[in-house]
Structure formats: C-alpha cells, structure tokens
Write a protein that binds this ligand. Structure first.
Ligand SMILES: O=C(O)[C@H](CS(=O)(=O)O)OP(=O)(O)O
Length: 267
C-alpha cells in the first residue's frame, strides 16, 4: 500500500490535455447528483473520487428522508473533501410553496449544508422572490447556485430570459447558473426528446453568455462527450451519476476514445 502511494504517473499520461486544474478549481467543475446513496457508498465515492468532485446535490427532496445522523455525516464528509453540498432546488420550491422558507434555511444551516440551489423548475416564481432567495442564501453564509429552466417535457431555453437570469443572478452573488436537463437529460432545455443536443440553441446561448457562469446538467455519456468535444474539457457539468465520476474525468482529460484527440500536450 505505502509503496504504491509513492509512485507518480507520468503527468502526460495522467492528463494528456495538460490543462486540468486541481481543486479548488475555477474551470471544469463536476456536480454529482446523489439520489439516496447509503453512507458506505458515499464514503466509497469520496474515497475514490474526491479529487474529481466539486459539488454534490442531494437530488430534489431526498434530504429530509435520511436518518439525520446519516445526513449530517454526508454533509461533513463532503465538506472535509472541499466539496459544496446542497439539497436539490425542488426542495426549496416545496418550501416556497408551503410558506416555509425560514424553516428551510434554518434547517439547512443547522445541518451544515454549505450551499443552496435556487430554482423554479416546477413552480412559478417572480423575479422579486428569486432575488430575495438569492440574497437570503448569501446572508445565511451559503454559496448560492441558481438554476434556469422548466422541468416540463419539451421545455426550451428562452434566450432573452436566460440572459437576464444569468445577469441578475450573478450580479446578486450566485456563483453559477445551472441549465436544467433533469435526471433523464431528455426533452428539456438544450436536449431533444432523444437526449440529443440542440446545437443551434447551445450556440445561441454561448454567443451571449460566458460559459464559465453556466453549469450544464448532462446526465448521459453521449451528452458529456458532445459538450466536451464542442466546448472543451473546462465546461462545468452536472447531474453526473456517482458511478460515472471517474469515467467523466477520463473524458475531460482525453483518456477515452471519444475525446482522445483533445490531448495535445507534448511535455
Ligand atoms: O433539476 C434536476 O436535475 C433535479 C433532478 S429531476 O429534475 O427531479 O430529475 O432536480 P433538483 O430538484 O434540482 O434536484
């Protein structure tokens, strides 16, 4: 064990692109969606892959369904590994609908979450409420990540609305704006009913908005490959399945056939 831990891969083999930042990184962040991993699976994930995980979202309203000791252990372990951890945006939408926003923030602060997602994927939310929630999250000492897009099948991106959302959210202090693609990655946002990327929409978005402010939900391998080959390995990607973290990292570094020609490093 000790002997192997002292061995070092030739850097050209470990990262043929030569551009992968170490944590805490500003480019190429990976968000994992955890839909209910047990503590041992969660420990295993971080033991193996912590270097490649920047954010963990406890999907939708799964957070209150854990034994509290397990939830606290997950949150603590994520933080020990310099990972942002937050409940899915749907859980906050439930709180808004139930008029329980104070109680939501009180609880997530007490549990130790270090970030929050603010979304309106399912409910209607006016701009003023969204602003108040972003400011509230920041006042609570949380990193705020927002989300743009509706969850309904066939929903698409309204460019002017997205531009305004990114502008205002980030000006208020949100660190990233997630682009909705759900767990399925199909029939929503930039993905058509088969999960194929609508490139014209993608290009329209990127002519107006800087890509480093956007976190693309891209749960399918074909989507990760397409986005990395089109936009480069430094894009932020989310809704990655826990068992696909290392495979995604291999794609980012050109260590898989699908992206091998990204590797240009010669040193
Ligand atoms: O927005 C998401 O990707 C998730 C998962 S799904 O839409 O329910 O499939 O929801 P969230 O509430 O952000 O975890």
């Amino acid at each position: 064990m000790e002997v192997t831990s002292q061995l070092k891969w030739n850097p050209v083999l470990a990262d043929p692109t030569g551009r992968r930042q170490l944590k805490p990184r500003t480019l190429g962040k990976t968000m994992v969606m955890d839909k209910g991993l047990g503590m041992l699976a969660f420990q295993d994930l971080l033991h193996t892959s912590h270097a490649h995980v920047d954010m963990i979202k406890l999907g939708f309203g799964t957070s209150p369904l854990y034994p509290q000791a397990v939830l606290r252990s997950k949150i603590n372990l994520a933080k020990e590994n310099n990972i942002l951890i937050y409940p899915g945006g749907t859980f906050l939408e439930v709180a808004v609908r139930q008029d329980a926003v104070d109680s939501f923030f009180c609880m997530i602060r007490a549990l130790g979450f270090n970030s929050v997602e603010i979304s309106d994927g399912t409910i209607q939310m006016d701009r003023r409420t969204r602003n108040e929630l972003i400011i509230r999250g920041l006042d609570e000492g949380l990193e705020v990540i927002t989300e743009y897009g509706k969850k309904g099948w066939g929903s698409s991106i309204e460019l002017s609305e997205l531009i305004e959302t990114v502008l205002i959210d980030t000006e208020l202090g949100a660190s990233l704006v997630t682009i909705e693609a759900r767990e399925s990655g199909m029939g929503v946002g930039i993905f058509d009913g088969q999960g194929k990327c609508k490139d014209e929409e993608l290009n329209r978005v990127l002519t107006s908005i800087s890509g480093d402010q956007l976190l693309w939900e891209a749960p399918l391998k074909s989507q990760q490959v397409h986005l990395i080959n089109s936009l480069g390995p430094d894009i932020h990607l989310g809704n990655i399945s826990p068992d696909e973290v290392i495979a995604l990292e291999a794609l980012r570094r050109g260590l898989r056939s699908d992206t091998l020609f990204l590797g240009t490093r010669k040193d």
